[in-house]
Design a protein around this ligand. Structure first.
Ligand code: CP
Ligand code: NVA
Length: 315
């Protein structure tokens, strides 16, 4: 089998995204079936940025699949002293069966993919967060399929509205909606619009799957028709110095009860976490009855187990 990476949602075809969702659902329901799926394998986890969910869910996931995970802080390995990504990728490939990395520039994850001889998974870059958004649609499928079933087709014709910074989360939500037939509207201030290149590729893919892709700057009209409102921090990791300016620039973009009422009845609330209550979302919405943030967080474990089984287990 040829080497496959998961650097972007677009590394999987729409059919493969669907298969991965179904596999994650099966792994979640029948974890015992997969207890030896990656027996004896080791995943190297490189973190140049902080993490709670990604780190814990990948490490626990590997353990539950019979394998082992190594936490490698970017500051503590030789990358921190200037060793090249190329050499790092080649060396780690000699010891480990897969690499998951959280990085700043997307070129770093692409270089890892270029030089590694084992599968590489993007655990977040400045440009994309593709593990997060697969678990997000898994969570929506669970909530929208009747009688506890799991039918990815329920996403078709529904609308997810992302309100906030046109950042890595917005980009991967665009790709994921386009791959699954879920309409995605991004509502962001003009200066924080998502990458036009990613919007365009999502529009193109959406033409095949039926997903409508919309970009708006109006938080009032933009959320109308939404079945789910999603948000993320206004200042991402690496943008700490812009935090105060961004608080001013994002005035009017907080997801609160008034905004939720403009969306469709029963509209769900999602957030990749960590959340800043009182900034991008009110505490009332974040901790209210429509919020499914902890179901989302849990599903990081199941979707990543599915990704690792696909990429490292020869499936
Ligand atoms: N959502 C997410 O990736 O969380 P962490 O930054 O805690 O890994
Ligand atoms: N946009 C956020 C996502 C954190 C999971 C960041 O990059 O910091």
């Amino acid at each position: 089998m040829s080497l496959r990476h998961y650097l972007s949602v677009t590394d999987l075809s729409p059919a493969e995204v669907r298969e991965t969702l179904l596999l994650a659902s099966d792994i979640k329901r029948n974890p015992g079936k997969y207890r030896q799926a990656l027996a004896g394998q080791t995943l190297a986890m490189i973190f140049q940025k902080k993490s709670t969910r990604t780190r814990v869910s990948f490490e626990v996931g590997m353990y539950q699949l019979g394998g082992h995970a190594l936490f490698l802080s970017g500051a503590d390995i030789q990358i921190g002293r200037g060793e090249t990504i190329e050499d790092t990728a080649k060396v780690i490939s000699r010891y480990c069966n897969g690499i998951m990395a959280r990085v700043y520039g997307h070129d770093v994850i692409e270089d890892l993919g270029k030089y590694a001889t084992v599968p590489v998974i993007n655990g977040l870059s400045d440009l994309e967060h593709p593990c997060q958004t697969l678990c997000d649609v898994q969570t929506l499928v669970e909530h929208w399929t009747a009688d506890g079933g799991f039918d990815p087709d329920v996403l078709r014709g529904k609308t997810l509205c992302y309100v906030g910074d046109g950042n890595n989360m917005a980009h991967s939500l665009l790709d994921t909606g386009a791959a699954t037939g879920l309409n995605v509207t991004i509502v962001a201030p003009a200066d924080y619009a998502p990458s036009p290149v990613i919007v365009e590729r999502a529009r193109k893919l959406g033409e095949q799957t039926g997903a409508k892709i919309v970009v708006s700057t109006d938080p009032i009209s933009g959320v109308q028709g939404a079945d789910c409102i999603y948000t993320d921090v206004w200042a991402s990791m690496g943008q700490e110095e812009e935090a105060q300016k961004r608080q001013r620039d994002f005035a009017g973009f907080q997801v609160d009860e008034t905004m939720m009422r403009r969306a469709n009845p029963g509209c769900l609330f999602m957030h990749c976490l960590p959340a800043h209550r009182g900034e991008e979302v009110s505490a009332e919405v974040c901790d209210g009855p429509r919020s499914i943030i902890f179901d989302e967080a849990e599903n990081r474990l199941h979707i990543q187990k599915a990704l690792m089984v696909r990429l490292m287990g020869g499936r």
